[in-house]
Design a protein around this ligand. Sequence first.
Ligand SMILES: [Zn+2]
Length: 156
Amino acid sequence: MAVETIYESKVPWNPKRPDTAIISCVDGRWRAQIQDFTINYLKADLHADFLAVPGGIEPLTLFDLVPKDFNFLRRRLESLIQAHGTKRIVAIAHQDCAWYKQHKRFSSTIDLRERQILDLRRAASRLRETFPELTVESYFAFHAGDNPERVVFEPV
Ligand SMILES: [Zn+2]
């Protein structure tokens, strides 16, 4: 019996393995700017692997607090790197991340942005230890000035 398909994409499939894996939050409101940044500034491939979970790299900071969350992300990342021959990891966090707001595992004396930047640094150093042959970069995306439509990136 023939399978009835309902849609055929006009986009040709590309078998080439990308050398970059991007780790970010799932928040779709930031996706277009993250893709723009990684393609046009970081010169990552349009088809860079994209690993997105709520809160982005946050699980990679939980190796002692919530080891099962840490291991969930670490195992998948390891498998991806092994299968795809990844050369570069780009970690991106964004302003006002709902995951961070809902899961405050930090004292109230430290603000959200500061916490996220500390986490990016911790995750990046753990990634460098775990995968010494890879390049690891991390960035924070936020609104510039008073215009919420403008999104800028800073290296972390
Ligand atoms: Zn988020």
